[in-house]
Design a protein around this ligand. Structure first.
Ligand code: G5P
Ligand code: MG
Length: 221
């Protein structure tokens, strides 16, 4: 690194489905000059455009199953290349140990923010979630309802429910989290980069995440 060069932050946000990764990430990007890359948003974008990857992804996502590692890794690493010059926040990737290992080969992660939210809390939340599919903006009928019911605050476009937020699919996603994603936490713990934030409410977790990130980046919000 030359004189004056800035060390770029390589952060990952993890946590079970519905733990608030998307919600906390949108607060993070309001306060810090980070580029947010969500694997789920990227997949949904491909599903909307009915790309080859999108059509394939839908068949897995609707069943609450993970996309195969090689496809997912290829998709994310390609996207990552275009964002190399920024501080980065990865959301939803890596989700398996093979994905974490593949990522390590091209980009060394220095910070992992783990949202440790109990499963009971999550089940209630996901059935009340509505999203603006073009932007990925997330609402919740109880927690952060849109200003006009059923409409996106910024564009006024209609909100939709995700097909994978049906109760039986949510259960499958939680099971796959336990089996395939929890080992990734252990992987990062051993590398000494894991920072866990436990709680049941985003508004209580967020101030801790905020102070933690302030030790790494200037707050621009
Ligand atoms: P995604 O899109 O990455 P998940 O399952 O990891 O999906 P999800 O569902 O997007 O995660 P989140 O981002 O953690 O959840 O949470 P969120 O959207 O911010 O909040 C959830 C809801 O709770 C919202 O309605 C929010 O408003 C509300 N909420 C937040 N905080 C609070 C609170 O304090 N109180 C209350 N009451 N509500 C709150 O991945 C989707 C699928 O894509 C595939 C998989 O099939 C996956 O299931 N996929 C991959 N497959 C393989 N490898 C990968 N790396 C993959 N990435 C994605
Ligand atoms: Mg999300």
């Amino acid at each position: 690194m030359g004189p004056g060069a800035v060390q770029l932050l390589r952060a990952v946000i993890m946590g079970p489905p519905g733990s608030g990764k998307g919600t906390i990430s949108s607060r993070i990007v309001k306060h810090f000059a980070l580029q947010h890359l969500s694997s789920g948003d990227l997949l949904r974008e491909n599903m909307n455009k009915r790309t080859e990857i999108g059509v394939l992804a839908k068949s897995y996502i609707d069943q609450g199953r993970l996309i195969p590692d090689d496809i997912m890794t290829q998709l994310m690493l390609r996207e990552l290349k275009t964002l190399e010059q920024n501080h980065l926040l990865l959301d939803g990737f890596p989700r398996t140990v093979p994905q974490a290992e593949a990522l390590d080969k091209v980009c060394s992660i220095d910070t992992v923010i783990d949202l440790d939210v109990p499963f009971e809390t999550i089940q209630q939340r996901l059935t009340a979630r509505w999203i603006h599919s073009a932007s990925g903006r997330v609402y919740n009928l109880d927690f952060n309802p849109p200003k006009v019911p059923g409409m996106d605050d910024d564009t006024g476009e209609p909100l939709i429910q995700r097909d994978d937020d049906k109760p039986e699919t949510v259960m499958k996603r939680l099971k796959s989290y336990e089996a395939e994603t929890r080992p990734v936490l252990e992987y990062y713990r051993q590398k000494g980069v894991l920072k866990s934030f436990a709680g049941t409410e985003t508004n209580k977790i967020w101030p801790h995440v905020h102070s933690f990130l302030r030790t790494k980046l200037p707050d621009i919000g």
